[in-house]
Design a protein around this ligand. Structure first.
Ligand code: SAM
Length: 232
């Protein structure tokens, strides 16, 4: 679930500069995403579905997951996180950065994300709806996979319809449909994501969770560090 390799390559280069011997592999369902990773960054890639990650033979000290697991079907999330955890060395870390939601904005965040995925043509292998876990659900998913949460933080990101359009995530028709979707929502739901209209644009603020889970023996899974930051 690597993306096109910029983030992972930057992380490994920085760590190598600091004297760590880092070997980093990339996994993505889409060969198109991995093409650059292989040619430009000369890294090992696995073109495969993360739901089959248990088929890999290597084990890792750190696995980074950013903005991928939330798009799995609800029933696939626990199984997949368990499989990912099984690929960690003892005391290895899963670092997860992904969308989350609270009770009051769960519906609008999931519905708008599902619509955006559909308009962007990204739903062919996935579910029709989105199942972005709430914070306590993310924690439970990690704990049930035998991971002890050693770090947790949450921050907010500002997003804009226009930016989605300008970065090619949705086209002109998609932009009109997304605008219509948000404008039709009740005031309470709009407020729950701080939705605001600015000229022709619609902006909102969405919560992101960062969790680090350490692979430990079952039965020892209390959270040690919890911090919270806000940014836009
Ligand atoms: C929102 S992008 C995030 C990319 C990258 N991790 C980042 O943070 O920039 C989600 C990525 O997950 C990949 N993906 C979606 N479903 C997947 C699956 N079942 N198995 C593996 N990769 C998947 C997509 O191809 C896409 O590149």
């Amino acid at each position: 679930m690597s993306g096109a390799g910029l983030f992972g390559s930057a992380v490994s280069e920085e760590l190598n500069k600091k004297g760590f011997k880092v070997k980093i592999d990339f996994l993505n369902l889409s060969g198109k995403q991995l093409k650059d990773v292989e040619s430009k960054f000369k890294r090992k890639v696995f073109e495969m579905d993360v739901r089959d990650v248990d088929r890999l033979t290597d084990e890792y000290a750190v696995i980074i997951e950013r903005y991928g697991l939330k798009d799995l079907r609800k029933e696939d999330q626990p199984k997949t996180i368990k499989k990912i955890a099984s690929k960690l060395k003892r005391n290895g870390l899963l670092v997860l950065v992904d969308m989350t939601c609270d009770k009051e904005n769960k519906k609008i965040i999931n519905d708008s994300h599902a619509l955006k995925q559909k308009l962007g043509g990204q739903k062919e292998k996935l579910d029709d709806k989105c199942n972005i876990p709430a914070i306590q659900e993310w924690r439970k998913l990690l704990k049930n996979a035998g991971l002890r949460i050693v770090f947790e933080t949450r921050f907010n990101v500002g997003v804009s319809m226009r930016a989605w359009f300008e970065s090619g995530q949705i086209d002109e028709i998609g932009l009109t449909k997304m605008r219509k979707f948000f404008k039709s929502k009740p005031a309470k739901e709009k407020k729950s994501i701080s939705m605001r209209e600015h000229e022709e644009d619609i902006k909102m603020t969405l919560p992101i969770i960062v969790l680090a889970g350490e692979r430990v023996l079952a039965g020892n899974s209390e959270t040690i560090t919890t911090t919270s930051t806000e940014s836009r």
